[in-house]
Design a protein around this ligand. Structure first.
Ligand SMILES: CC(C)(COP(=O)(O)OP(=O)(O)OC[C@H]1O[C@@H](n2cnc3c(N)ncnc32)[C@H](O)[C@@H]1OP(=O)(O)O)[C@@H](O)C(=O)NCCC(=O)NCCS
Length: 222
């Protein structure tokens, strides 16, 4: 390939990235649109006034058991939630028509080159679990990203014992792709669908298993 061809490809890639960035920034600024509103929930930007309730949920063991504890302190949470113009992740508040702020949903680890991203969600108002609101929020987010960006695969990792979340994701069309055995004492993980031993060795080692699930526009149930 000569230098002109290389330069042309770079220019094409840059142009592609420019439009991708424009689309993502529109999402980042959370311009409300049909893609981010469902019958019962809508996704909107996180506001400063949401932080106390989000911090309360980040300290709730019933939620962190499945979603993980994320923040050391308020400053940490503020930095995560209120930082704008990040092209590798987008976080939304889930607001229900009836109950106001009910949880949070985000895509992280976005790769615009591979067209993939990871999804995370929790419904903080526990009394609202099992009413289809998680399913709707996931559906709204996924359809917004598939329709407005070039993302073509959304994946997630869910605890093997978290049957509620797995059921929620399956309803939207996520499919089981594999298992990751994770050693909680060493923090190491490995893709171990074919390797039952994983990384847990020796006395005191504990392991947990995460299920990897993925969704594409073809498997998405609208
Ligand atoms: C996971 C979560 C986002 C799902 O949201 P939700 O609104 O509760 O989910 P939905 O109501 O859409 O779907 C849950 C489904 O699981 C089913 N379910 C509940 N408990 C179940 C169990 N023990 N085994 C199997 N299915 C179960 C429900 O009946 C429902 O299925 P249905 O609609 O066919 O009846 C929410 O429960 C939550 O935030 N949990 C705590 C944090 C968490 O787990 N986050 C995900 C980390 S990967």
């Amino acid at each position: 390939m000569n230098s002109l061809e290389t330069r042309s490809i770079c220019v094409l890639f840059a142009a592609d990235s420019f439009w991708e960035e424009a689309r993502v920034l529109a999402i980042a600024e959370h311009k409300p649109g049909p893609g981010f509103v469902g019958p019962r929930v809508r996704l909107r930007p996180i506001l400063e006034s949401d932080l106390p309730i989000l911090m309360k949920w980040d300290n709730d063991p019933d939620i962190t058991r499945w979603a993980g504890k994320r923040f050391e302190d308020d400053a940490d949470a503020r930095e995560w939630y209120l930082a704008r113009r990040n092209l590798q992740r987008k976080t939304f508040a889930i607001e229900s028509n009836e109950h106001g702020l009910i949880g949070e949903i985000e895509v992280i680890n976005i790769s615009w080159r591979l067209h993939t991203a990871e999804l995370r969600i929790f419904i903080g108002q526990k009394e609202l679990w099992n009413r289809g609101l998680g399913e709707e929020a996931v559906r709204v987010l996924v359809s917004g990203f598939f329709e407005n960006t070039t993302l073509r695969e959304i994946f997630l990792k869910v605890d093997e014992d978290n049957l509620r979340a797995q059921r929620c994701y399956r309803k939207v069309g996520f499919r089981h792709k594999g298992r990751i055995r994770f050693c909680t004492s060493t923090g190491r993980g490995g893709d171990t669908d074919g390797d039952a031993d994983g990384y847990a060795h020796g006395d005191g080692d504990t392991s947990s298993t995460l299920v990897l699930m993925t969704l594409t526009p073809e498997t998405f149930r609208r």
